[in-house]
Design a binder for this molecule. Structure first.
Ligand code: I3S
Length: 129
């Protein structure tokens, strides 16, 4: 089990490419802006990175363009399949305790299902911590 000096070392980690958009910001509905994102789950925090393609031309090297766009605390969050939130297939809806909502999408169902499972497990684990 996790000792006091190694918090969350038991939490699952995962990374991959995902399509995402924020849809609610602190309780306020905002316009969708789908973009591809290098998505990392680490220590109960989900980080969506900026799409390097959206960076202005001439912005240093590709590696330095991997910058966070949204960081999402999974403690107290909820996630599930989104119903009627998008015309796209395989869409997840992630709602944070702070009142933000994100849609996450990927055409390959097994990939998005794995993300759903790992986020649900993480949220459950954070409840008992
Ligand atoms: O839920 P909506 O408003 O139909 O979402 C679509 C729009 O955001 C659209 O952009 P405009 O704001 O320029 O209309 C996007 O291009 C679509 O991708 C959005 O719908 P989907 O079904 O792809 O989530």
């Amino acid at each position: 089990s996790a000792g006091p000096h190694r918090p969350h070392c038991h939490l699952l980690e995962k990374a991959g490419i995902m399509n995402k958009t924020k849809v609610v910001d602190n309780g306020k509905k905002i316009r969708k802006n789908w973009s591809q994102s290098w998505t990392v789950l680490h220590g109960g925090i989900l980080t969506f990175h900026r799409d390097p393609k959206s960076a202005p031309p001439g912005t240093a090297s590709k590696t330095s363009q991997i910058v966070p766009e949204y960081t999402v605390e999974l403690r107290g969050a909820s996630v599930g399949w989104a119903a009627n939130k998008s015309s796209k297939k395989n869409v997840l809806e992630l709602k944070t305790r702070q009142g933000c909502e994100y849609l996450m999408q990927y055409d390959t169902e097994s990939i998005i299902s794995d993300w759903l499972k790992v986020m649900q497990d993480t949220i459950r684990q954070l409840e008992v911590d």
